[in-house]
Design a protein around this ligand. Sequence first.
Ligand code: URA
Length: 237
Amino acid sequence: MRLDKYLCELNLGTRSQVKKDIKAGLVSVNGVLVLRPEEQVQAEEDSISYKGQPCIYEGYVYYLLHKPAGVVSATRDRQARTVLDLIVDKTRKDLFPVGRLDKDTEGLLLITNDGALAHELLAPNRHVEKEYECHLARPFDGKQRQMLDQGVDIGEKKPLEPAVVQILEDKKITLTITEGKFHQVKRMLHAVGNEVVYLKRIRMGPLVLEETLPRGAFRRLTKEEVESLKYDRSSHL
Ligand code: URA
C-alpha cells in the first residue's frame, strides 16, 4: 500500500498531515528516509519509523468494551460521545462496533476493523447467542416465561425464535436471544406485559463480560477469544 495510507491507517494523522510529514523527512522505511507519500510499502514486512519511533502495524484488532449508558454505538455522532471515543489507545482509524446497543443499554460490545468477522457474527443464519441481564418493572411470572419460550410476536414479519430465560430474582432475569432486531429485548418484554428498566449485555457467543472490567473500560481480545469467535459452532440455541 502507499506509505501515506499506511500512516493514516495507523491513526497517525489525516492524509494531508502525513503527506506533509513524509515530505518533511519524518518517515523512514527500512532505515532509509522516504520523501514520497506514494512510495509503496509492505505493511507486514517493512520496518517503518515515524518521527524516530518504530510503527507497529496490526492488520485486524479486536476490543471488548464494557459500554456504559449514555454513549452511542456508532463511529461518529454530532452530539453524543460514541463507543469509539472510549477506545483511547486506538492504533487504527477503521474501527467500528459489531452491532448496536441502545444508548441506555450497558455491557459487552465488540469493536474491531474485521468486517468479515462482523458480518459473520451478525448474519441471521449464524444464530449467535446474545445474553442480557434485564431488570424489570414488574415481577416475572410463568405466563411471561411461557410466551417467551414459544417465540413472541413483536410485529416483525415472523414471530421471534424462542428465547431462553433464567430467573435471577423476582424482577431480574437473563434472556438469551439469537436474533438482533431493533430494541428487541425491550420489545419482547413489553409484548409479554412487562417493561425493561435496565439492560446489560453479558455475553455474545463465546465472549463473556467479566465482572472485573469496569464500565467504560475495554481490553483487547485474547488470540483464543478471536479464534473462538471465528469457529464457534456452539452458539445455536
Ligand atoms: N435489545 C434492546 O432492546 N436493546 C439493546 O440495546 C439490545 C437488545
